[in-house]
Ligand binder design. Structure first.
Ligand code: ZN
Length: 446
């Protein structure tokens, strides 16, 4: 039996907010609403959302009922943190022109910011229909897939002041030894890199450490070996699992906890928005949260561990719920992880205690249904090995229930063990002179 101890799990990382501004800048005379709109766009690009919002508002005053101005105004308000107002202008824009693609995109982003994923999905799908060949489509499609995946997950009952339940529904793997050694690769030769990003990265580590109340600590080391968490900068999108993600954390887990994590930070602009220090502050905090063991997402848009970056001009900081969650994650008894239970099952099976092994695999499947494939395979093998052991010992009656149980598990998800199982089960039936049943079995599952 091969021991399955290593899993490379991929955190569904962040979606960089793909924001949209109408980028065609037409030049007109001063005090023309179009000119004022363009001034607003320039202010937005420079990160002055409140001033930009004032410009768009002025443009609307001069020329009411313009869907573009309404959409830009809505977006500037979104960036200023005025979500409700933003949404009403985006909706107004769509009333004026129901096929205005950019307004659907901005509205989708606004719904994401509000935590209304289903509405966000609907709006973004509408956008994709209208702008199918847009350069951003691939990124948006990927982010849609991620949101739909989160929508499919069964809802988790979180406490009011933390989202520990959402996290532990994914995994309970923690780092076992502190301090966690962190190696940060040099990104200074890469286009788009800013030394400010390194400062933000380091302070993000410090912020998590402080939030944990001493339960988590990091130590920066000069060499990549032996480091626990490695951080790279990259401009290579192919290194990032999903194009929806502006960063990526992959990790190795074993039955004891997290063994290694690798953070990659993408130095490309999340079109058409510029990658800014503000956005980088959110990305680094978010990825470090994943690398420290928070492998899921918070359902609350106010938390750094929410699936989408906040679209504001402010620097990101951990919320009280982020802080409470990391503290609890490292100080509370979380129960056993599926990997640990699976390992206990393997040990019991090795010792020939199949009953114990099966109960451990059962628990492992329950602890994390989405990771049930490995414990299920192990359970099939244990049922089969148990049947064989009984036959060898001269018991010809009891093995049948184990063959049946193995078959039930196989039918939940057929794997490569199926042919051997059917062959053995049929041979067993023939041994009992039950030829008809044996052939029926072979025919049914051949
Ligand atoms: Zn994430």
């Amino acid at each position: 039996m091969k021991k399955q101890t290593k899993e490379k799990a991929l955190a569904p990382l962040l979606l960089l907010a793909y924001l949209s501004l109408a980028s065609s800048q037409i030049s007109y005379a001063d005090s023309d609403p179009v000119e004022i709109n363009n001034e607003g766009l320039n202010l937005l690009n420079a990160g002055h959302s409140a001033e930009a919002a004032a410009k768009f508002s002025k443009a609307i005053e001069l020329k009411p009922n313009d869907p573009l101005f309404e959409s830009n105004y809505g977006y500037a308000l979104l960036r200023s943190g005025k979500l409700e107002e933003a949404m009403s202008h985006l909706k107004k824009s769509l009333e004026l022109n129901p096929n205005f693609d950019l307004a659907w995109l901005n509205l989708g982003v606004a719904y994401q910011q509000k935590g209304e994923k289903q509405s966000a999905v609907n709006a973004l799908e509408r956008y994709l229909k209208l702008a199918a060949n847009d350069a951003q489509s691939q990124r948006i499609r990927a982010s849609l897939d991620l949101m739909k995946k989160e929508l499919r997950n069964s809802p988790v009952d979180n406490a009011r002041d933390d989202y520990l339940a959402s996290i532990t529904a994914n995994t309970k793997s923690r780092w076992q030894e502190m301090p966690i050694k962190v190696f940060i690769d040099d990104g200074s030769k890469l286009e788009g890199y800013k030394s400010e990003y390194l400062d933000l990265l380091k302070s993000a580590f410090n912020e998590w450490q402080a939030a944990s109340g001493g339960a988590v600590s990091y130590k920066f080391v000069d060499k990549s070996e032996p480091a626990d968490i490695k951080v790279d900068w990259t401009r290579d999108k192919s290194k990032i699992v999903s194009v929806a993600e502006g960063g990526d954390t992959s990790y190795e887990l074993d039955s004891k906890g997290i063994k290694a994590a690798h953070i990659q930070l993408l130095l490309l602009d999340p079109l058409p928005q510029k990658l800014s220090p503000q956005l980088m502050s959110w990305i680094t905090l978010h990825e470090i949260g994943h690398a420290t063991g928070l492998l899921g997402h918070s359902p609350d848009p106010g938390d750094v561990m929410y699936m989408n970056a906040r679209i504001t001009d402010d620097f990101a900081h951990l919320s009280e719920r982020d802080k409470a969650t990391i503290r609890k994650f490292y100080t509370e008894n979380l129960g056993k992880d599926w990997l640990a239970l699976n390992d206990e099952g393997i040990e019991a099976a090795k010792a020939g205690d199949y009953a114990l092994a099966l109960s451990k695999y059962q628990e492992a499947m329950k602890a994390s249904p989405k990771d049930s494939e490995i414990p299920r395979k192990n359970a099939i093998r244990s049922q089969y090995a148990w049947a064989v052991k009984l036959i060898k010992s001269g018991d010809l009656k009891t093995p049948e229930e184990h063959f049946k149980a193995a078959l039930r598990l196989e039918l939940e998800k057929r794997d490569e063990n199926m042919p051997l199982l059917i062959k053995s089960y049929a041979n067993y039936l023939r041994m009992l002179q039950r030829e008809k049943e044996a052939s029926a079995l072979e025919q049914k599952y051949h």
